[in-house]
Write a protein that binds this ligand. Structure first.
Ligand code: HEM
Length: 305
């Protein structure tokens, strides 16, 4: 039985450390071994600090995958989709490695980050580090509850993890990330009613808003599975920010790369009648990258070759 990485289906945490790296040497044998040790570090902290609910993800980008694991390519691993329509865009920032560290203790997140840096230091350059935090009762900084519709229980695994139908990559997950920057001054100049029109749900309880339209975020982002009407991805992103910039570090984990692409396309290009996602008038993606997070079983087996 393949063991998926814990962070893919994890329940929400209080803190996150998102790290993006490019690999700068060609010692892929050493990097394979170190990635397995990153997984060991996650496990060590999970066991040592049980109450901190530590979870991690290590994922590899399409530009580095074939160097790291030659011969075996996840069939849907492709560069981040480059989309642009009027002033809405999904800028790409391809990266070799993505690491998501999450815990209910900021000190533990930090300690794991330092261990990961020490392990990889010789081989990588750090491209980006973003610290995510839980805001109020699980809300985005725009005030709306974030990701309450994520699949629950066993549905999480079915949605986010590649199944036995792909024996080489089962237990893995297709990951997309985007760093969004909000324009909260403009957002909070809207009335509560206007905000609910934009999001398509009520702010207080996340109920479908009577004001929902074809250009509401929830309407444009919906790409539910035709089989069971469930969302095709799990959202694992968190708010980030300081006194200058605020936004959402968006992370999607899915058994297929397709749902994310379909949703993003629908948000940016709209439905052909000019109904694009109005939320994109208040938040812009500044980066985007795609990855595959192989199973722990895969990572450990490959490290032995
Ligand atoms: C700044 C970035 C974003 C913010 C702050 C945001 C916020 C929200 C909020 C508050 C909701 C309603 C509650 C919920 O179901 O989560 C929602 C729904 C949703 N969002 Fe986003 N979102 C962002 C970007 C995206 C992106 C990039 C995608 C996919 C490409 C996406 C996909 C969805 C989906 C699938 C839903 C559920 C729709 C439904 O089934 O009703 N979101 N989002």
């Amino acid at each position: 039985m393949t063991q998926p990485q814990k962070g893919i289906c994890a329940e929400p945490n209080l803190h996150a450390q998102y790290l993006l790296f490019n690999v700068v040497d060609d010692d892929s044998e050493a990097v394979r071994a170190k990635i397995a040790r990153v997984v060991d570090v996650f496990e060590h902290f999970e066991n040592e600090h049980y109450e901190a609910m530590v979870t991690g993800i290590v994922a590899i980008g399409p530009g580095y995958w074939t160097d790291l694991y030659p011969g075996l390519i996840p069939p849907e691993l492709a560069p981040f989709p480059d989309m642009q329509c009027e002033d809405r865009s999904a800028p790409t920032m391809p990266c070799d490695l993505f690491i998501q560290i999450r815990a209910d203790r900021l000190d533990i997140c930090h300690a794991i980050g330092i261990e990961v840096m020490n392990l990889l230091r010789l081989h990588v350059e750090l491209v980006e580090q973003v610290r995510g935090f839980r805001y109020l009762d699980g809300r985005d900084l725009n005030g709306f509850i974030y990701a309450p519709e994520n699949p629950r229980g066993m549905r999480r695994r079915e949605t986010a993890i590649v199944g036995e139908y792909d024996p080489d990559f089962c237990g893995g997950s297709y990951i997309h990330i985007q760093r969004y920057r909000h324009d909260l001054r403009r957002w909070f100049s809207l009335s509560p009613r206007q905000q609910e029109q934009v999001m398509g749900v009520t702010q207080e309880h996340n109920l479908e808003s009577a004001e929902r339209s074809a250009s509401s975020h929830c309407e444009r982002a919906t790409a539910l599975s035709p089989d069971d009407g469930m969302p095709g991805l799990i959202k694992q992103g968190m708010p980030y920010g300081d006194m200058r910039t605020q936004g959402m570090f968006f992370v999607s984990c899915a058994a297929s790369a397709q749902p994310f692409r379909t949703m993003l396309h629908s948000q940016i290009y709209g439905n052909g009648d000019g109904d694009y996602d109005r939320w994109l008038d208040y938040s812009s993606a500044e980066s985007g990258a795609s990855f595959f997070a192989p199973s722990i079983t895969f990572i450990r087996q490959q490290a032995m070759y």
